[in-house]
Design a protein around this ligand. Structure first.
Ligand code: AMP
Ligand code: FE
Ligand code: FE
Ligand code: ZN
Length: 291
């Protein structure tokens, strides 16, 4: 596909990967090296509610002749649903966005401590076990509690933890503070970024937001949907493609790589060159790092 000369990125592009600055298991540089080893040439690092991995990732992509697109996966909530909004190429120094991510990360810590205290009444688990599984200042999530349960020999891996003890039905689950998706989209857009709903049509309790609400997000500046993601259902993908065509939105595909924390591998889904170019053209908050 022809790509404008002003955007000299090379595909394949994987626009959703996590490092140990949130709940991935590898450093940003390792994530980049893994992506390169899997044939990916343009990546976005999208840690939850945090941008501190960008610099290290950008240095490593430059060293490997790759393109780096700064990103983040902003936590949001619609009614009971956890909604993840990917933000790309926004200004990382934007005051409003920073205040919101600070608030989310702060609340995630207290929430994780409450979950651990609750689990600790039935299992041999204490907060220090979780601290041992996180890097300083990492965005703390249930995956770190899962790693602590693995280290204690209570479960085999993150998947078993999420299917069991960490599942809401077991009674230990607690939500954390997160803004409404409308606020999330506006914060990213106002910071010069492009907002893309991550894995919008997963099966189960987090199933798709109602279409009228998605249309309000579009009116508020939503840029598009992450459609090619292993957790999206086939029926959901078809519905999203129709909605994207109707509103001329950007569609992306990504791995949602978490290192050893999930089976997802870099490049297992990719984003079309034309769509990457549209992201870059639309954004005003920051720029990709080209090799
Ligand atoms: P939290 O935001 O703390 O509620 O944790 C949700 C995060 O856990 C998601 O962003 C995923 O990265 C991760 N996650 C969800 N389900 C699983 C699973 N089955 N195995 C591994 N990680 C998971
Ligand atoms: Fe995650
Ligand atoms: Fe997510
Ligand atoms: Zn993710």
């Amino acid at each position: 596909m022809a790509v404008a000369r002003s955007h000299p990125f090379a595909g394949p592009s994987d626009l959703h990967l996590h490092s140990n600055h949130s709940d991935g298991t590898e450093t940003p540089a390792e994530v980049v090296r893994q992506a390169h080893a899997h044939g990916v040439r343009t990546i976005a690092l999208t840690d939850h509610d945090r941008t501190t991995g960008w610099q290290e990732a950008a240095q490593q992509t430059a060293a490997l002749g790759m393109t780096f697109i700064p990103g983040m996966e902003l936590s949001a909530k619609h009614e009971w649903r956890s909604v993840h909004v990917l933000g790309y190429l926004f200004d990382p120094l934007d005051d409003s966005l920073r205040a919101e991510t600070d608030r989310i990360r702060g609340d995630r810590i207290g929430r994780a401590e409450r979950i651990v205290r609750s689990i600790g009444r039935d299992y041999d688990l204490v907060w220090d076990d979780v601290v041992a599984q996180t890097t300083p200042d990492a965005t703390v999530g249930r995956p770190h509690i899962a790693d602590a349960l693995v280290a204690r020999g209570i479960v085999r891996d993150r998947t078993e933890a999420f299917d069991g003890i960490l599942h809401p039905r077991e009674g230990y689950y607690e939500p954390h503070y997160a803004p409404d998706p409308l606020t999330a989209v506006r914060l990213i857009t106002d910071a010069g970024g492009v907002a893309i709903i991550a894995h919008p049509v997963t099966a189960g309790r987090d199933r798709m937001m109602p279409v009228p609400f998605i249309e309000r997000l579009i009116a508020a500046g939503l840029g598009g949907f992450e459609i090619d993601h292993r957790e999206n259902t086939d029926a959901g993908k078809r519905a999203l493609h129709a909605l994207a065509a109707e509103h001329d939105l950007i569609v992306t595909g990504s791995s949602d790589y978490h290192g050893a924390g999930k089976p997802n591998l870099p490049g297992e889904n990719t984003t079309a060159d034309e769509m990457v170019a549209r992201l870059i053209e639309r954004a005003t908050g920051s720029t990709p790092t080209y090799a």
